[in-house]
Unconditional design. Structure first.
Lengths: 288, 328
């Protein structure tokens, strides 16, 4: 179902709040990843506020859709989105990466309700999502309406286990599995095309018997349509290659791979928050 | 003398010989019947690891993963996240050998009740050679928090262990071997995870031999040889390497005053290390270690390899004397 103007406006406002939270939590933590979380904010906002069948008050609701973050290092975006969706107080975001925090540097399912699998070492979350979808099919057959959303990064696609799991999911025709690749073209050491070229990426996934779509990861309408189409595919797993801008929303961070794995310092964070609050200079008032 | 629950025919040349993996195969089918949450996953070794009977009876609960052991572990973790009790089988060299990090993170760190079954452990794999002889597996499993590690001594015990592990909520590692090995226990021998028991006991033992796996047969043979030479011993089957039966081990160490550990594994990191860590902390005791001495395996007949790597009965008897001689 297409988004109304009002829904689009509400989502846009949410993404701005979530991006501000990401900056605030990273500067407080003093370490962590900046580019990926900002780049994936639009996708996460759409998912948690419009697509997902979930209940923040009942994170263990058995019939919920499952979100599996295989690229665990972008967890600030999941934490911030979950907080804004009502899973836990927004104030708690400031505890990121601190001793005894529920917000571990890479997500741990036992610490925070709503996290499905502990992840971080790349590739394994993706394979766990496939195991979950297989188990669901054993229990509820192909008619299951439960969806498994597996997030992965493009650098993560270097991992062999991704392709082991992709082959299995293709053979099993896991129709309720929807993978989303953060195609932001960067990884720690540089641009993906310099480190380990992935193209033709669409053809690779098609060869593994997946339904593949490529979309602009910052366009709610395109994303919403792609997710709808992914759900309607009933004989294959689906993957959405979401083209994103790393560091999206903060011009100073955008498209610069050096922001993959470091947080902003205080001054950089102030400038980033100013850019977000003024919508990139479009609004002059800094009042929220 | 042999304890009452031990197979009294075990020293006979006609003793029944069955591979451990056969007991696992039978146990898995029973576990599948007992609990429909039980699922089996295999990495292209279904017949060899004896998961084939389970596949036949429960085809809808069996997943062929292909030669992809990292995926094997992580997919099983995902299935456990949805309430399944997955058994994953391969050769020990590849699972838990190749997929250690996936086992650590997706299974143990996640606290999922995945049951890792590593067949073809030890140098007794034979002609396939060192690439296929897992002799580090207990060390790398024992070190991971939450993991339970069990190395049964014969096929009967492997079946009991399979059923017991299926009922635990822990991640577990079950160590199996390829070759037919002597039946040393009986269906009546009690089996409890974490509970060691004596298979041989002489009067006023001078050395306690603590072992696990099929090489306990060599340890029992050594005990009989020692007895004839006037050296009394006690042989403990310590099938659970983690959690260790601390009370039983400390008790025999105190009684005998000297300890020998026996395992078909590197002497570093396995049963011997676990016993040494315990005794160093609680009751320092002279201790010697039988096992592979920081070397790789090679091709050969299983019995030749067991002898070459010093895990045969004669060497065990010599090492037991050495341990006993170190007492004050």
């Amino acid at each position: 179902m297409a988004l109304s103007d009002n829904e689009r406006m509400v989502l846009t406002e949410k993404t701005n709040q979530i991006r501000q939270s990401i900056i605030e939590m990273l500067v407080e933590a003093g370490s962590g990843h900046t580019a990926g979380p900002l780049g994936m904010t639009d996708v996460f906002t759409l998912l948690y506020f419009h697509i997902l069948r979930h209940d923040p008050a009942r994170p263990d609701w058995p019939d919920r859709d499952r979100v599996i973050l295989s690229n665990g290092h972008i967890c600030p975006v999941q934490y911030a989105t979950m907080a804004h969706a009502g899973y836990f107080p927004v104030e708690e975001l400031k505890t990121l990466r601190k001793l005894h925090s529920r917000l571990q540097g890479h997500p741990h399912r036992e610490y925070l309700p709503g996290i499905e699998v502990s992840s971080g070492p790349l590739g394994s979350g993706f394979a766990q999502a496939i195991g979950m979808a297989i188990a669901e099919r054993i229990d509820n057959g192909r008619g299951s309406q439960k969806y498994f959303y597996a997030f992965t990064g493009d650098g993560e696609l270097d991992c062999g286990i991704i392709w082991e799991a992709a082959m299995l999911a293709g053979r099993e025709r896991l129709q309720n599995l929807i993978a989303i690749v953060d195609r932001n073209d960067i990884q720690i050491d540089g641009f993906t095309h310099d480190i380990m070229p992935l193209e033709p990426l669409k053809a690779k996934w098609e060869a593994f018997n997946w339904h593949v779509q490529e979309v602009d990861g910052h366009n709610f309408d395109a994303l919403e349509e792609a997710l709808g189409q992914a759900k309607s595919v009933n004989d294959k797993p689906s993957i959405i290659i979401a083209h994103t801008i790393p560091g999206k929303g903060v011009p100073e961070f955008e498209r610069d791979y050096r922001w993959h794995g470091k947080p902003p310092n205080k001054e950089e964070a102030e400038r980033a928050l100013k850019a977000l609050r003024s919508l990139g200079g479009k609004v002059t008032s800094e009042h929220e | 003398m042999l304890q009452k629950d031990t197979n009294q025919d075990l020293f006979l040349p006609t003793v029944e010989q069955v591979p451990l993996r056969a007991g696992f195969g039978e146990g898995l089918v029973e576990a599948g019947r007992a609990d429909e949450r039980t699922v089996g996953l295999c990495a292209d070794l279904t017949e060899s690891t004896k998961m084939d009977a389970f596949r036949k009876e429960f085809p809808q609960r069996y997943v062929q993963i292909g030669v992809a052991e990292q995926n094997l572990a992580a997919v099983a973790s995902g299935m456990a996240a949805m309430g399944k009790i997955p058994f994953i089988s391969s050769y020990a060299m590849f699972s838990p050998g190749r997929n250690w990090e996936q086992i650590r993170t997706t299974i143990c760190y996640n606290d999922r009740p995945v049951k890792i079954v590593g067949s073809h452990a030890g140098v007794s794999v034979g002609p396939d050679g060192g690439t296929h002889q897992a002799i580090e597996d207990m060390a790398i499993m024992r070190v991971i928090p939450r993991m339970v590690v069990v190395a049964p001594c014969d096929s009967i015990e492997a079946k009991k262990a399979t059923l017991a592990l299926a009922r635990t909520t822990n991640p577990t590692y079950l160590r199996l071997a390829r070759e037919k090995t002597p039946i040393m226990t009986t269906p009546e021998t009690p089996f409890e995870i974490g509970k060691a028991y004596e298979m041989w006991r002489g009067e006023n033992p001078k050395v306690a031999i603590i072992g696990c796996g099929p090489v306990l047969h060599n340890a029992l043979t050594a005990a009989r040889v020692l007895e004839q030479a006037g050296i009394s011993s006690v042989v403990v089957n310590c099938h659970t390497i983690k959690p260790l039966d601390e009370a039983a081990i400390v008790s025999v160490a105190k009684e005998a005053g000297a300890v020998l550990t026996v395992e078909e594994h590197q002497v570093a990191g396995g049963l011997g290390s676990a016993v040494a860590e315990l005794l160093a902390r609680t009751h320092p005791t002279p201790i010697e270690f039988v096992g592979v001495q920081d070397a790789f395996g090679q091709s050969g007949k299983p019995e030749e390899l067991i002898e070459y790597y010093g895990i045969g009965a004669t060497h065990i008897a010599d090492m037991a004397k050495k341990a006993a001689a170190r007492k004050n």
